[in-house]
Design a protein around this ligand. Structure first.
Ligand code: MSP
Length: 526
């Protein structure tokens, strides 16, 4: 069976990763973990990696007084370290300097040449070095200095001979694919605003994509294959990097993993992914990715967080302060997928205290404390108690099959709503404790067997709820899911539980709990 194939962009290694990079990678990790639970552990292929060529890297290396090769060698572990800290479970990490990639890129160029898809020509125009982008139609404000429409830094005029990949012959095909008029090769672009943006862009003829750089100007790249190309050219960094999505799965050989189910990207790199990339694939005789899903930007005081703006929030600092799961939770819960969001420590602090420490942390701690106190730390069986009523109370807004509403949100990349739904269960479980007052039932139980039964019924439902929460939370907050699972005394690993088995009322009866420290200690008492 073809595995579920999810990718992140390949990150440029010219600067260390920040919250923006962590965001995409955490989302990919959630999808990978969720699909492993749904389909089976070996039914997912999660790819990330690093983009190591091009002028940005060459410049960063020069600034550091290093060769590009030495520079990237030192930079890549910085990315790997953050992914380890964040609990990212990628299956493969591809570097664009690896032979499996460089060879695949050369073969792709050679094939396109053979297929008559590559031309030569003179490029004259404005070029933004930091963005690696030509701006053919750049119009200057009267008396204004030529600046990049994207990053607002000065552009230079250049003229040079290059290789080009004509995109226009594929435009009608791509429009059909994006509109869904070509059932053989559907490609979804999410959210809808981005799809419309791409379709609007495709209303105008497409300029050929310049796919080479003279090595004399930029040596740090993959040499174009010679023959068929002239020696002395390297590949344009985007043309090189996009191909990673197929070189990682063996291109030019086909091993059954392509097409990717989803490319997760930020909205600023939509055009390369939703226009150039499917056209490149089409020209190579390969199907487009199934989905391109573009998220928004993290802003700091209204500006995109980026190295060049000097407003980076270092993930390691925030994680040291709040913990990995709080960091992951904040990223996923704070903004709807696709929209921009503002990072602020106050907002994170608020989420930590209200959602994690008070709602979730307390539910787990209170439930386990009651199990210790009233049942000697062994989860009772419900006996004659009517648990369906309590269960229905907790799951009321979810309908009869609790798994599906949550899966529906994850399947549409609505992580914010998925978590809101989980928190609805948490609120209701806390509400059940407040309304049933187990401490009163325990007191009454000394004379009244029915009160004990009711107490056990409440505790069984609470334990089943915690068990389900461990499973549902695991893709989002893996450590928390594992801790709840362990503290509840459940056997094996939560990661091995199939998603559909999350809600199994009563399956915890007889387990000895292992209460530990509170999951999210209040920050003022830490
Ligand atoms: N190397 C290219 C991608 C090649 S993919 C074949 C690249 N790298 S990048 O490191 O500059 O950016 C990678 C991703 O980080 C992009 O998806 C971008 O949107 C994302 N982010 C960078 N800053 C961001 C924010 N402030 N907020 C959210 N994501 C942002 O582009």
């Amino acid at each position: 069976m073809k595995p579920y194939y999810v990718t992140t962009p390949l990150y440029y290694v010219n600067a260390p990763p920040h919250l923006g990079h962590a965001y995409t990678t955490v989302i990919a990790d959630v999808l990978a973990r969720y699909h492993r639970m749904r389909r089976g552990k070996d039914q997912v292929f999660f790819l990330t990696g690093t983009d190591e060529h091009g002028q940005k890297i060459q410049q960063a290396a020069a600034a550091a007084g290093q060769t590009p090769a030495a520079f990237v060698e030192a930079a890549v572990p910085v990315f790997r370290r953050l992914w380890t800290t964040l609990g990212i479970t990628f299956d493969d990490f591809i570097r664009t300097t690896e032979p499996r990639h460089t060879q695949g890129v050369q073969q792709a160029v050679a094939r396109l040449c053979q297929a008559g898809q590559i031309t030569t020509g003179t490029y004259t125009g404005w070029y933004c070095t930091p963005c690696e982008t030509f701006w053919p139609g750049l119009t200057l404000a009267p008396g204004g200095a030529p600046v990049c429409p994207d990053c607002r830094r000065p552009v230079e005029q250049i003229q040079e001979e290059n290789y080009f990949f004509p995109l226009e012959p594929h435009r009608e095909w791509l429009r059909r694919v994006i509109r869904g008029d070509d059932p053989a090769t559907p490609m979804a672009i999410l959210p809808e605003t981005r799809r419309r943006e791409v379709l609007a862009f495709l209303e105008q003829p497409l300029q050929p994509l310049c796919i080479s750089r003279p090595a004399a100007r930029l040596a740090w790249g993959i040499p174009l294959p010679s023959p068929p190309c002239d020696p002395g050219y390297v590949t344009y960094v985007w043309f090189d990097a996009l191909l990673n999505y197929v070189t990682a799965v063996g291109y030019p050989a086909a091993d059954g993993r392509w097409p990717a189910d989803v490319h997760l990207i930020g909205k600023d790199i939509l055009r390369p992914h939703a226009v150039y990339w499917p056209i490149m694939l089409h020209a190579l005789g390969l199907p487009p990715p199934t989905t391109v899903a573009a998220h928004g930007w993290w802003l700091v005081e209204g500006e995109k967080m980026s190295k060049s703006r000097g407003n980076i929030v270092d993930p390691h600092t925030v994680i040291a302060e709040y913990g990995v799961d709080a960091y992951r939770y904040f990223l996923l819960r704070e903004i709807p997928f696709g929209q921009d969001g503002t990072f602020s420590e106050q907002a994170l602090e608020k989420r930590y205290t209200a959602d994690l420490a008070n709602d979730l942390g307390n539910l787990v701690y209170r439930t386990l404390t009651m199990l210790e106190k009233y049942c000697d730390g062994i989860i009772p069986s419900a006996g004659e108690a009517d648990t369906t009523r309590f269960q229905a109370d907790i799951m009321e807004t979810w309908g009869p099959r609790p798994v599906d509403p949550l899966a529906r949100e994850v399947d549409r990349y609505d992580f914010q709503r998925a978590l809101a739904k989980v928190w609805n269960v948490i609120d209701r479980a806390n509400g059940l404790i407040d309304s049933q007052k187990p401490w009163v039932l325990a007191r009454q139980g000394q004379q009244d067997g029915a009160a004990t039964q009711q107490l056990h019924g409440v505790l069984v439902v609470l334990a089943s709820t915690l068990r389900a929460l461990a499973v549902w939370l695991w893709p989002f907050l893996p450590t928390t899911g594992e801790q709840i699972w362990r503290q509840l005394g459940c056997p094996g690993q939560v990661a091995d539980v199939p998603w559909d088995h999350a809600w199994r009322a009563g399956t915890t009866a007889g387990q000895r709990i292992q209460k530990g420290a509170p999951l999210f200690p209040r920050r003022d008492v830490r």
